[in-house]
Design a protein around this ligand. Structure first.
Ligand code: SF4
Length: 461
């Protein structure tokens, strides 16, 4: 690797998995930039390659091992190259990575990100192998707000870890115990983001609605939302992911009352069967979940719900699955993330017999996906003819002739500009702006609309 003092060494970070991992990569980029590193666009140009990994499924780890295998040639050609594995898989696999992949230099767990510059410095020029997976390591939330992928929206980590130990989930083992970030730090970061042009923040936590546990005083997610809402420049606040057991009326009231907090709740149900919920160790019943949704819909009339469902969990009978179908039908989620169960090594559920046949899992998956598609098609159709507020994100991914953005309820909106308007430069001019779009058509995934000529003139002049 090049000397830090002469030529900036280049780092390439590849991120796998969830939003928390993407944010961890941003945090790492921030601390490495502060220490004098530059960033490579491609692996082949890098002096340091870091894979920030996911452990949620066995398959995710296999993917990383195969990627590490394919980097062996590059390391052989350039022995000075530093190769590191970060995050959940580093925490979970530890020195097994070193045993299987002798060309890897660094294994850095979920609580050691803040030490990255020092660890790389120690390896630099020595080809040492370091493993840093301390479970009690200090969690760093510090980042350079300017080092982020999207200027107008940002994720803000408010808590880490999880104390729930759902029987199918590896997260508590790789992310550790729950740890909430002090309110003042969060407020400072959101203010700095607002100063840097950010309009929308999403508060992130594995169990975000238990925010405040372990902090002195009466801090909850609801009080945090009330403190963030008045920050000038922040137009929208979201939070993910909520656990039904920790949802409170106080939080739902904050969603309903605060103008900046979006009417959107991602609260995974996982199953509609109480027997399965108990085996999953979810600590609530299907009736309790329904009560929460009813409360949310009555206190926040425009709210949209997103949920996760697992089908084919060990012991799931046809009757249990019917309960899940009924729950989705009744709740009418706008977004449903549906997964076929597969055992995760190291979790309690991996000890249960995986007794639902693959064909049955596939069939149940299809039934739930079809139902979800039907519900979201119907719900989106109800919006046709209405005007919705959209935060413009840029050119539509599926149609370069359109712009796209999201509603407060997280629906994707693709829209046309007034006829004859000049497309060139419009995307960057309008990105980050809030506009009202008249919805003229819809599918299950997207709302389509027009920006009126008057609104367009107002935005661009
Ligand atoms: S609440 Fe359950 S599913 Fe969510 S991260 Fe914690 S253990 Fe995993």
């Amino acid at each position: 690797m090049k000397s830090m003092n002469t030529n900036q060494p280049k780092v390439f970070i590849k991120t796998y998995g969830c939003q928390m991992n993407k944010l961890d990569s941003e945090l790492s980029i921030g601390s490495l930039a502060k220490s004098g590193y530059a960033f490579a666009e491609e692996e082949k140009d890098a002096d340091v390659i870091l894979l920030n990994t996911c452990s949620v499924r066995d398959k995710a780890e296999h993917k990383v091992y195969s990627q590490l295998g394919s980097l062996r040639d590059q390391k052989e050609k350039n022995p000075e190259l530093i190769l590191g594995v970060l995050g959940c898989m580093a925490q979970n696999e530890g020195d097994r990575i070193f045993k299987r992949m002798p060309h890897v230099n660094l294994v850095c767990g979920t609580r050691m990100f803040s030490k990255l510059p020092e660890l790389l410095e120690e390896i630099n020029g020595t080809n040492k192998r370091i493993i840093a997976v301390d479970e009690d390591g200090e969690v760093s939330f510090d980042r350079l707000v300017t080092q982020r992928q999207n200027r107008y929206n940002a994720f803000v980590s408010v808590m880490r870890g999880c104390d729930n130990y759902c029987s199918y989930c590896i997260v508590p083992y790789v992310r550790g115990r729950e740890f909430s970030r002090p309110v003042t730090d969060i407020i400072d970061e959101v203010k700095r983001l607002a100063d840097d042009g950010c309009k929308e923040v999403t508060l992130l936590g594995q169990n975000v609605n238990s925010y405040g546990k372990g902090l002195n005083g009466e801090v909850t997610l609801a009080t945090l939302l009330r403190k963030l809402d008045p920050i000038e420049g922040i137009e929208r606040i979201r939070f993910v992911t909520s656990h039904p057991r920790d949802m409170t009326k106080e939080i739902i009231e904050a969603v309903g009352e605060l103008p900046g907090v979006c009417e959107y709740l991602h609260m995974p149900a996982q199953s509609g069967s109480d027997k399965i919920l108990e085996r999953m160790r979810r600590q609530y019943t299907s009736a309790h979940y329904r009560e929460l949704i009813e409360m949310a819909k009555s206190l926040v009339p425009d709210i949209k719900i997103a949920s996760d469902f697992i089908v084919g969990f060990p012991g799931e009978t046809e009757g249990d699955f019917e309960d899940t179908v009924k729950l989705l039908n009744d709740v009418r989620c706008q977004n449903s993330f549906i997964f076929k169960y597969s055992p995760r090594t190291g979790t309690a559920a991996a000890e249960f017999p995986d007794d639902v046949q693959e064909e049955t899992k596939k069939g149940r998956n299809h039934i739930l996906l079809d139902l979800h598609k039907k519900i979201s098609t119907e719900e989106n159709r109800k919006i046709v003819g209405k005007s919705v507020e959209v935060l413009v994100e840029g050119t539509s991914k599926s149609d370069a002739g359109r712009l796209s953005g999201r509603t407060r309820q997280n629906q994707i909106v693709a829209f046309d500009l007034p006829e004859g308007s000049n497309q060139a430069g419009i995307s960057s001019l309008m990105s980050g702006k809030l506009v009202n779009i008249d919805i003229v058509d819809s599918t299950d995934l997207t709302l389509f609309g027009d920006l009126s000529e008057i609104a367009f003139d107002k935005m661009t002049h």
